[in-house]
Each structure stands twice: as structure tokens, then as C-alpha cells.
Design a protein. Sequence first.
Length: 173
Amino acid sequence: MASAAPGGVVDLVVVSLPDQAFAAFSNGERVMRGPICSGMGGYETRTGAFRVTSKHEHWVSTIYGVPMPHFLRLNGSSMGLHGGYLPGFAASHGCVRLTFADAATLFGIAPIGTRVVITGESTADTKGVKQPRQRVIYYRVVRGKKVILSDSEAKRLGQIKSGDPARTSSKGR
């Protein structure tokens, strides 16, 4: 659910790790919410209060070499919120992935300085957010670690064809 923030500015984003969801607020009013993908075992997303310290529309990970569109960097660290694949469970390397559409919307309405709270608790605003349907996941190995490919990367590498039934499979791998 995405809608424009009143006045065009979000001042708080809450991310719930157990709900695998986020909610964005403007002057105390929830203006959008949606599913996320947080860090998997060994790469857990850190909890705490953060600030958006920089924004990069077309960022590429300096560690894994993968696109991280609409990257909102938190506290000047390597962690942030960005668009990416959401398998329906924690699978990132520590960042918070949003749907590509939610990341683009949030990027446009969350200025530098926006407060981001990442919590290990469920919240009323994030509880019940529907996760994307699980499907086949394609990987590539980078520095000995599996990295999930986006649909466009998998197509480019010839892993899936347009209309491939595996693309809409309900089973994750």
C-alpha cells in the first residue's frame, strides 16, 4: 500500500523484523507500508534507531556487486533500505530490502535525516502485511557466497525466459 505523504515528506520509517514489514509515517500518520526482506542467519539486520544519511538512486553493492536501487544509507554505514527481491523470509546480507515499487516511492518522499527504527518486535502498523508469494530463486556465487539474482539479472544471464513457469512457481529453493 503506497500513497503520497502529506506535504511529500516522510519523517519516520518503522521496520519490524518478525513481521518482515515496514511502515512509513508523516506527522504521525501512516502513509505507506509493505513487506521487506531482512538479514538471514549470520547477516542479521541490526536493530536500533538510525537516520538516513545519504541517498543513491542507482547504487551497486561494493561488497557483492549487485544493484541496490533507491538505496537509503543508514548512519553512514553499509546498511540501508533498498529495492530488491523479496522471497517471503529473511534472506539479505543485512540490508532491508523493499519491493522495487515501495523503494522507489520511499526514496522520493524520505529526505536525508529521516528517522528509521528497526525493531525486533511486532508492531500494530506492520502486523498482517502480506508477504510476496514464494517462487523459484536463482543465485550466482560471489566470493564464495550465494547472491539472489533479480528477475532482470536472471533473464540477462539466460536463467529464465519471459513467461517461464518457474518464474511463477509457488515453491522457493
